[in-house]
Design a protein around this ligand. Structure first.
Ligand code: CP
Length: 296
């Protein structure tokens, strides 16, 4: 496996995380127009699962960096003839691609790609990891509070099926934040400490809502509506701390996990997260090509 691959947040030390956040911030300031200092940067985006934000913010980042970008479509590819993931990715390596971005529904699909030599960037594996989503979440929190130390974060909803919850737990705890989880009992995860939502909205500096991952089998017969029981409604919003913020990886379902009017309210950073996604993906692409972090 190429040493510049990014498969999970566990691939990154705390120093690595801060280097990526530092580069991402500079991409929004003095390095706004920076491009790769070489001609050939041919990248392919292989999405085996639906995506809007991750796919197109990677594409935006890659184009801004001067990469040549190709999108792979599994439906019109030789996957339909039975080609394996490994053989598909080895093919991209053999025909001259310098890096690949992959989203796949299988947890830890990258374990099958040990023999690939070009950098692989994980854009989400099943319920496993979503490292670039985590990095953009970290950038959003860091922009807001200037630290992670003792920041109270509650992650709310379908924890069991969420790769966002998993990646954020790992990174935020290492960075010194206090992380709790809230949601239906059926979707709790072993080792993930829980807090009652009505207490958590008053405790948290960051309220991170999650979508119900129906595509991973999340079903629940609640008997009452989800928003009232487990969602961020206006009554809970009114009890949040003055400086607290709302986050959501999106796509969000207005009126289910979050009141539709709160998506763009004063405390919401949901669309800022998406903008930050382009910045961190520029930094991650730069790292994938083996370039050192910016000096200033
Ligand atoms: N947050 C996220 O991964 O969104 P997409 O599924 O649209 O990429």
């Amino acid at each position: 496996m190429n040493k510049h691959s990014l498969l999970s947040m566990q691939d990154l030390s705390v120093d690595d995380i801060f280097s990526i956040l530092h580069d991402a911030r500079l991409f929004n300031n003095s390095y706004r127009d920076w491009q790769f200092p070489f001609q050939k940067a041919l990248v392919a985006n292989l999405f085996f699962e639906p995506s809007t934000r991750t796919h197109f913010s990677f594409a935006s980042a890659q184009h801004q960096l001067g990469c040549q970008v190709e999108d792979f479509n599994a439906e019109t590819s030789s996957v339909q003839k039975g080609e394996t993931l490994y053989d598909t990715v080895k093919t991209f390596e053999a025909i001259g691609y310098d890096a690949v971005v992959i989203r796949h529904p299988k947890d830890a699909y990258f374990k099958y790609l040990e023999g690939v030599n070009i950098p692989i960037i994980n854009a989400g594996d099943g319920a496993g990891n979503h490292p670039t989503q985590c990095l953009l979440d970290l950038l959003t929190i860091y922009d807001e509070f200037g630290t992670f130390k003792d920041i109270n974060v509650v992650i709310v909803g379908d924890i069991l099926h969420s790769r966002v919850a998993a990646s954020n737990k790992d990174a935020l705890e290492r960075l010194g934040a206090n992380v709790f989880f809230s949601g239906p009992k059926e979707w709790e995860r072993e080792g993930y400490p829980t807090m009652d939502l009505d207490k958590a909205v008053e405790w948290a500096d960051v309220v991170m809502m999650l979508r119900i991952q129906k595509e991973r089998g999340a079903t629940l017969d609640l008997g009452v509506d989800y928003l009232t029981r487990y969602g961020l409604n206006k009554e809970r919003y009114a009890r949040m701390k003055e400086h607290a913020i709302i986050m959501h990886p999106a796509p969000f379902n207005r009126g289910i996990e979050i009141d539709g009017d709160l998506v763009e309210c004063e405390k919401s950073r949901i669309f800022k997260q998406m903008s930050n996604g382009v910045l961190v993906r520029k930094a991650v692409m730069k790292r994938a090509f083996g370039l050192e972090p910016f000096k200033d």
